[in-house]
Design a protein around this ligand. Structure first.
Ligand SMILES: Nc1nc2c(ncn2[C@@H]2O[C@H](COP(=O)(O)OP(=O)(O)OP(=O)(O)O)[C@@H](O)[C@H]2O)c(=O)[nH]1
Length: 209
């Protein structure tokens, strides 16, 4: 199956604004500025679909993207941005929690971490929450173009240890700059659909430019 159309659906703050149909959703969680929007654009071959920014903390809403009317990507608000008020932090936390705890459409949550850094306390909290909620605990390590091969291997171990990932939990290094890791992520997404008995299978070659 080829991806023909991907489009922005809605930026939601409250549950009332979430799309009402039962399409399956895959969510992306991570620190502000980790590269969620860039990853979504890379996966969909859409340069400006998800708005990227060099200013952290921009995505404060739950952004829904429709993919061929078959499923959705969900970009969750980035956490961990220091320069915001406590009230704002609490409200973002609530927005993330509401989506993650109440969304029946949600198949998997991908946790994004910057491959260069040790996961933060908030990354660990987020990861524990994901695992405790019954999701697989898939980690996507972003900005892999910033490191050499050996450093990537080393950092993958650091991330595994810090997040206390199980041996079978998957971690994929990706780069939105050189587009590495893209096929691994799509392969994994296909597997997720298969495991959840959805008749959706995206062709690898059709996601390349
Ligand atoms: N070198 C490099 N830079 C990247 C990569 N992915 C994202 N960036 C840069 O990192 C910054 C943040 O990227 P975004 O995709 O906007 O991050 P986000 O997680 O959506 O950010 P928020 O909107 O704050 O939640 C931008 O300046 C991107 O150009 C990557 O794979 N490699």
């Amino acid at each position: 199956m080829k991806i023909k159309n991907s489009s922005f659906v809605i930026s939601a703050v409250s549950k009332k604004q979430y799309p009402e149909d039962a399409l399956p959703e895959l969510a992306f969680a991570g620190r502000s500025n980790v590269g969620k929007s860039s990853l979504i654009n890379m996966l969909l071959n859409r340069r400006g679909l998800a708005k990227t920014s060099s200013t952290p903390g921009k995505t404060q809403l739950v952004n829904f993207y429709d993919i061929d009317g078959l499923f959705r990507f969900v970009d969750l608000p980035g956490y961990g941005f220091a320069k915001v008020s406590k009230t704002q932090k609490a409200s973002w936390g609530k927005i993330i929690e509401t989506y993650l705890q109440s969304r029946e459409n949600l198949l998997e949550v991908f946790q994004l971490v910057d491959i260069r850094h040790k996961p933060s306390g908030e990354d660990k909290q987020m990861y524990d929450w994901i695992r405790n909620s019954g999701f697989s605990g898939i980690v996507i390590a972003t900005k892999a173009d910033k490191l050499g091969k050996q450093q990537i291997a080393k950092q993958m171990k650091v991330i595994r240890n810090e997040l206390q990932m199980t041996p079978e939990a998957v971690i994929i290094p990706v780069s939105a700059s050189d587009r590495s890791g893209k096929y691994q992520v799509w392969d994994l997404i296909n597997q997720i659909f298969e495991v959840n008995a959805f008749d959706i299978h995206l062709e690898r070659q059709n996601t390349s430019e």
